[in-house]
Design a protein around this ligand. Structure first.
Ligand code: NAG
Ligand code: NAG
Ligand code: NAG
Ligand code: NAG
Length: 968
């Protein structure tokens, strides 16, 4: 198989074109298609009437009221233009037309993210068939109408982020089918109602800053089906830990700021499925269980309680996937106290507000002098404004991270953004439009926090101080779209005194991208000063994106009211001497740096060097560690030979299983830029992306340390001939395919570092113990480029997966990955290897065969025979169609990965395949694209050795060159 997989030839495409046209005509007369065209019945008049009332409220003046809301084409589904009189968005109506008597009823309704105000319309209670209702993020006020008690079919009710007041009407007890209830950020009054005994089906309950007061009612104990419970910011009377004993499926548990006292019950440590545990800001006492049962719990927040005793060993040996925050507690110090780790926040964790001893952590710098002024550009780089030097504060931050790197100040960051995929840039916001404000350097980037962020100043001269906080809203927008409906509300404490309550930057600044500055007087007594930013559950959480909330701080200045003592002459001399010494030291460091760069020193940069110099977010491993972990790279531990080198399984001292990839490269030694890039990559976290823990440089060798994947690769699962191969049933295949799509969406569109993978193929998709797909080797294709010397210096990819424009022209965009993804998706449906499968001589590959099957309207034939009849036909056909769409030879006609996700999840329809007379397949048109090729080539400085002769380019096209691509 020496040929580049570019299946359809010109003739075939033309032929296919004709067939498709004919088929399209035929399809329209197919009986099931005709059925789908039948208009759904009108819902009963009272339902339409209720809709009309709401439409009037929404200001939808252009509505055609005679329209059937259950008809797909109805304008009920198309939101009115955003520049209309009111921002209206995300309002949808869904119907259930499967009633046996042929009736249609409205069963779902979303009015989320509008500017709707006034009381909730009581006629909503007339649509008794409703199962889903969300009015999240509006301005509704007043009480919940008692008529809601008639919605007995209601399963999901979301009232978050409104101004609802009063108590719950007692009729709500009728909603016995409720599975999900969210009432966060409202103005309800009185004690939390003891109504839960009526809602035994509840699976998810969210009550953050609802306005209700404590205690948590005892009937909560009856909700045995709960998988997610979030209660926070409950003022008033406290309580002991509520009884959650029988909730064995608990997956995410938050009881924060609820004034809970007493010990944490033992059964909490036994919840075997618990993923997130947040018990922060209570008065919990007693010790933390020594049992290691919470092995799955990835995020644990015990912040700001009165916990005592020793910190259990299991907490300090977990790898960087796990984040534990124990800051602000009363633990006792001992010899075994854990060492300073980036995923274990121990800021003021010990009795008396102490941190760790200096030998445990790179910190507790002795104070060189008393400081009188500190200025920080939060989230941004160093800058000077009006003669004031602002220090840089560019650490990535973290979900449980204490950064003690400076003499004068440190940060402690606690909390994760819920309901969103974590990224490495979660804790730094970047402006989205040009700032109109003076001193914009201070405001272009700002530090964010999902729960609590402390700036801790030390070595300050005691006395009176002025604290200046600079804010600007750079995330929520001010335009006429729904993005302006966000409300960011948070609190600020100075020396633990609440100085700003329910602070809303946008309101205070009267707009976005505008600076607002607040000054406070305070007193420094023990040379220390604490400024803490806190999110107390209020405001919106989903605008412009889910997970947008919490404090945002742009810059901080701390200034003593006393002038620092003026430098005497002697001090001036001192200054000169210090200056001279520093220059000499710098020189020495530069020389040492060069020597190191030249490879005179081995591996093992100090931790400090790593943190300061290379900005690696996670570990830097020593070669010794790697040797120990893999038993000196014992052949028995070798688990694979990837394109970039051998891969070994290893075990770190703490028991973490890792995969070590041994790359060897002459040209990359000491390449700082490359290491920096690796550092960035290692910060990326997504369920469908293999986690890079870190790396190790040793001489000419570079080792990469990854999380270990139990189930090998997708290629292994799909194609390995052995009997022992995994059984991939249809739901698993659908999950894997969707997982790859989501991982790529993350790399292309969502992560802080946008990455084109270049080499998506089944061997680069790994499977974890739950058969989640994880994309591996991203960012590395670049690494390979210097190695391929014969024809191209740029192309790294694999036969059978490479997009034609990339294989031929070296023209690389995100769409090249989309193409490769399409091939992988085909292989998942068919269970066959694209390049190895040829049903007949006529076909080049699986993709070729699939195209023909599609044109014959016979895509079902493609589905892997091993699945038997046990698969979801609709999903299989959909996946095949998406795959073919992705492998369109024109990049512009391929969808983006986020569109692919929507199609695979059935949220959007898969457009019919557009067959294009491919410019790449048609050699007669070669001349026409040659100019374009030359232009591209001159643009790309790195593309140095592709020859311009059309002869050799055709050679590439025929694919006789094996050096063009990397082999599997
Ligand atoms: C809602 O139902 C009540 C009682 O059946 C009825 O009196 C009222 O007119 C209905 N409202 C609407 C808007 O249909
Ligand atoms: C609301 O609509 C916007 C744009 O149409 C979309 O980005 C956002 O995800 C939607 N929000 C929800 C909750 O559906
Ligand atoms: C309704 O809630 C249930 C239980 O939490 C959830 O599984 C389901 O996806 C929700 N439905 C919708 C339409 O959000
Ligand atoms: C809701 O309560 C907050 C205080 O918790 C108050 O500032 C706000 O004005 C109230 N809003 C309404 C509409 O009552």
């Amino acid at each position: 198989m020496g040929r580049v997989a570019q299946c359809p030839s010109t003739m075939k495409i033309l032929f296919a074109y004709i067939i498709v046209t004919v088929l399209l005509v035929l399809i329209c007369t197919e009986p099931n298609q005709v059925e789908a065209q039948v208009e759904p019945a009108n819902p009963p008049r009272y339902e339409v009437k209720a809709l009309r009332e709401i439409a009037a409220e929404l200001g939808k003046k252009d509505m055609n009221f005679s329209e059937n809301p259950c008809n797909n084409k109805s304008s009920w589904f198309t939101p009115p233009p955003l520049h209309g009189s009111r921002a209206v968005n995300n309002s949808t109506v869904t119907c259930n037309c499967s009633f046996t008597n042929g009736e249609c009823h409205i069963d779902g309704m979303t009015l989320a993210m509008n500017r709707l105000s006034g009381p909730i319309p009581s006629y909503l209670g007339n649509i008794t068939t409703l199962k889903y209702l969300s009015i999240e993020n509006n301005l509704f006020s007043g009480t919940i109408p008692p008529e809601f008690g008639r919605l007995v079919n209601l399963e999901n009710l979301t009232l978050n982020a409104n101004y609802l007041t009063g108590k719950f009407p007692s009729s709500l007890a009728n909603l016995s089918n409720l599975k999900e209830l969210r009432i966060s950020s409202n103005n309800f009054t009185g004690k939390m109602p003891d109504i839960f005994r009526s809602w035994k089906q509840l699976e998810k309950l969210e009550i953050q800053a609802s306005g209700f007061e404590g205690p948590i009612p005892s009937s909560l104990a009856l909700l045995h089906n709960l998988v997610e419970l979030r209660i926070s910011d409950l003022p008033g009377e406290g309580s002991k830990f509520p009884n959650l004993k029988n909730m064995n499926n608990m997956y995410r548990l938050m009881l924060g700021g609820c004034n809970i006292s007493g010990p944490i019950p033992d059964y909490v440590w036994e919840f075997s499925r618990l993923q997130i545990l947040d018990l922060s800001f209570n008065n919990l006492e007693g010790s933390v269980s020594d049992s290691e049962s919470l092995t799955k719990t990835q995020y644990m927040y015990l912040t700001k309680n009165s916990l005592t005793g020793r910190i259990p060993d299991w907490m300090s040996i977990r790898d960087s996937r796990y984040q534990i925050d124990l800051s602000y507690n009363n633990f006792s110090e001992s010899l075994q106290s854990p060492s300073c780790q980036e995923n274990l926040n121990l800021f003021q964790s010990f009795a008396g507000g102490k941190d760790l001893g200096s030998d445990n952590c790179l910190k507790n710098f002795p104070c060189s002098k008393d400081w009188y002024s500190v200025n920080i550009n939060c989230g941004g780089g160093a800058t000077t404004i009006n003669g004031v030097d602002y220090e840089a504060d560019e650490d990535f931050g973290g979900r449980a991270k204490y950064v003690p790197l400076k003499e004068t100040w440190e940060t402690s960051s606690t909390g994760l953004f819920w309901d969103t995929t974590p990224t490495s840039m979660d804790f730094i916001a970047q402006n989205v439009s040009v700032l109109r404000t003076n001193n914009s350097e201070l405001y272009t980037r700002a530090r964010l926090s999902p729960l609590s962020l402390t700036y801790y100043f030390r070595c300050l001269a005691n006395g009176n101080y002025t604290v200046t906080l600079h804010f600007a809203e750079i995330v929520i927008r001010d335009n006429r779209s729904y993005q302006s409906l966000g409300r960011r509300i948070f609190d600020v404490y100075v020396q633990e005194k609440l100085e700003l309550k329910d602070f809303n930057i946008k309101n205070e600044a009267k707009g976005v991208d505008k600076a607002v500055i607040r000054k406070f007087k305070t007193v420094v007594r023990n040379k220390t000063l604490t400024i803490r930013f806190h999110w107390a559950g209020k405001g919106t959480t989903a605008i412009p994106r889910r997970g947008t909330y919490g404090p945002l701080i742009s810059a901080i200045s701390v200034d003593s009211d006393i002038k620092p003592p003026v430098l005497s002459g002697r001090n001036k001399n001192m200054k000169f001497i210090v200056g001279a010494v520093v220059s000499v030291l710098c020189l020495i460091f530069i020389i040492l740096g060069i020597l190191r760069w030249k490879g005179y020193f081995r591996c093992k940069p100090s931790r400090e060097q790593v943190l300061r110099g290379l900005d690696l977010q996670t570990g830097f491993f020593t070669f010794k560690q790697m040797k120990a972990a893999t038993n000196n790279f014992d052949a028995a531990n070798k688990i694979g030979e990837g394109g970039f080198g051998a891969v070994y399984k290893g075990v770190l001292l703490d028991g973490t299983i890792i995969a070590v990839k041994k790359l060897s490269s002459k040209s990359r030694q000491g390449d700082r830029e490359f290491l920096n890039e690796l550092g960035m990559i290692s910060g990326l976290q997504h369920l469908n992306v293999v986690r890079l823990y870190g790396c190790c440089v040793e001489g000419t060798q570079l080792l990469l340390v990854y999380e270990f994947m139990e189930n090998n690769s997708l290629a292994h699962a799909l194609f390995s001939p052995t009997e022992s191969q995994l059984k991939l049933d249809w739901p698993t295949r659908q999950k894997i395919c969707l997982g790859i799509a989501k991982g790529l969406t993350f790399l292309h569109e969502e992560s802080s570092l946008k990455i084109v993978h270049r080499d998506i193929k089944t061997t680069n998709v790994l499977l974890d113990s739950d058969l989640n797909a994880k994309i591996s080797d991203f960012g590395l294709a670049k690494f390979d480029e210097e190695e391929n010397t014969h024809i191209s210096t740029r192309i790294a990819g694999t036969i059978g997966y490479m997009a034609p424009e990339y294989a031929l022209w070296g023209y690389l965009t995100y769409k090249a990955d989309v193409y490769s993804f399409g091939i992988v998706a085909l292989e998942i449906v068919a269970g066959k290897n694209n390049t190895k499968y040829r049903p007949e001589e006529d076909y080049v590959c699986l993709q070729d065969w699939a195209l023909v099957l599609q044109q014959k309207g016979n895509l079902m034939e493609l589905v892997d025979l091993r699945l038997g009849t046990e698969f979801n036909e609709e999903e299989a056909i959909r996946m095949a169609k998406v795959a073919l769409l992705c492998t369109n030879s024109s990049p512009a006609l391929r969808p983006t990965m986020s569109e692919v996700v929507n199609m695979l999840e059935g949220r959007t329809l898969v457009p019919e395949l557009i067959l294009d007379p491919s410019i790449f397949a048609d050699e007669s048109r070669f001349g026409a694209v040659k100019d374009q090729f030359n232009r591209m080539q001159s643009r790309s400085s790195k593309t140095t050795t592709i020859t311009q002769s059309s002869d050799s380019t055709s050679t590439v096209w025929l694919g006789s060159s094996s050096t063009l691509v990397e082999h599997q």
